[in-house]
Design a protein around this ligand. Sequence first.
Ligand code: F6R
Length: 653
Amino acid sequence: MCGIVGYVGTQDAAPIVLHGLRQLEYRGYDSAGLAVIDRAGQVQVRREAGKLINLEQAIAAEPVYGAIGVGHTRWATHGPPSRRNAHPHSSPDGELVVVQNGIVENFMELRRMLQAEGYVFQSDTDTEVIVHLIHHHLHNGSAGDLEVAVREALAELQGPSAIVVLSRRHPDRLITARLGNAGGVTVGYGDGEMYIASDIPAILRHTRRLAFLESRQMAVVTADGVRFTDLKGEPIWKEVVAIDWNPMAAEKGEYRHFMQKEIFEQGRSLTDTLRSRLDFAESVVTLPSLGLTPQQVRELTKVTIVACGTSYYAGLVGKYYLERLARIPVEVDYASEFRYRQPIVESTHLVLAITQSGETVDTLATLEEARAHGAYTAAIVNAIGSQAARVTDGHIYMQAGPEIGVASSKAFTASITDLYLLGLYLGQERGVLDVELRTALIRELSSLPGLAGELLEEAWRSGRYRQLAERFYTYHNFLYLGRGINYPIAREGALKLKEISYIHAEGYPAGEMKHGPIALIDASMPTVVVAPHDSVYDKMLSQVEQVKARNGVVLAVAHADDPVMAQKADFVLPVPRTSELLAPILAVIPLQIFAYEMAVRRGADVDQPRNLAKSVTVEKGGRDKETGRQGDRETRRQGDRETKRGASRSYGL
Ligand code: F6R
């Protein structure tokens, strides 16, 4: 996952930047680079593919000395990991360098436009577009004002980005900006020195006084301080937050709970999920760690998805993706059921586990069973190096990053996105998706992090969910309804509410309501409907009417610009418009925030809900494989810390 560290002050920048990048290593990256303005006023750039040690050796061989610099660890999106694709990227005259976290969705158009202006590209990256664009504006129209040029360039970028710009002409300052939600930008205050970081741990050694950029904000950082503006150049005031000395608490930064942080990080985790899997130029999806040969892909006759809890709901969405995009029959089962029902498994089947922790006992046992029957096994897994990744023939890492809150949020959306990528990949390899269709689908997919960012910003700004929690926190029962591809989202929304706020909630396929649950509807049982504009929208509308006819209260996950739903439902939880297939990834986010705010309002322990652990390494009533302790999901409560430490360890925290 990309990381950014910047320094301006009186000390040598390179060691400080490298130390910061080291703190972010555990998030994963494939290349690294650094730029420093040296004592002669020249911008010196060092970049290397692979581990940070390679960059450190390059710097040791050819040192750079200067008191202002910026570094970056890259996780490839556009173009393979290599020195030429590593950040920072430079303008043609070496005047400017830029590092970036995020995705420039319209980079093809911008690249073509800049090429027509005479810019020659040295890399495959979208970031190089940004540096040339700033350079272009600097020399055409901004009257040579770098801040104006940065703003003009940002106005042309589509998609989420966090950037830092360094200029030879302004050797006293770093300019940083954030567009959308591809990752944070933190400004750290020292004494006569200042820091910038994508993630707090990178600069914790130097400062605990931090300010956080929000979307569409910019900062000009010098050794003596920082000036914040919006993207029109209007000054803005920012609170400086004092961060706890405890590294875990510090990691939470501006958020009250890890779960809140993880929910609001989803613009970034989705960006990271897409990284390195999409070749935008060729419209190709690559999943090398899956390990299936082209022949095996062609010969697949069935995919069986096995998982538990939230991961199972991700699997239900995955069924739609694989069937729709790759035309392979898919069965989804709870791992705890599959292993006991003598399932039919054949060598042309792919048995695919979805597991955040990679340690869930039922899921692991299922994989063992499937292997014994000769199936190809694979896992979509978040915890790097976990058992699920080790015991399977192939895997896809979620790239959601560490999830500390016990109730899953960003790992859920990451796993669904991985299933979408898998659907595209299998469709492409089986010749079901032609290049034209793939191009359109990949383009749509790349807009997802930006849309999630928009949704999250609106949620943060509006205070909508706190108000909803105030209105509903005393209720005892909720019904969640969804249909088609959003039915699993209704179930996941209900699970989130149950897990962290301890309110009873049922997730149901909307079409089943009339076969029983409708009897429950009255004014004391609110109904949450997941109703984006899709092929079953009219049917969802009629469910809303049926609930209203029985004095029910309706909360609708719907588009903000849907006047019909706005009129029929009591409350709208807005989601941006996207394609039907991608809609569930956005639709679940309001339900996560709603559950979170309800739990906070009820005073519940959001990050460590009662009776739950992050990874369930024992079967109910069974024995823990490692400790031999008798236990189940409930009796592991006091063991939560151990399992959480175990889970953290596997991310290298
Ligand atoms: C709920 C949640 C759980 C897990 C389930 C399986 O928020 O996270 O329902 O999905 O316990 O765990 P993994 O995905 O680690 O196999």
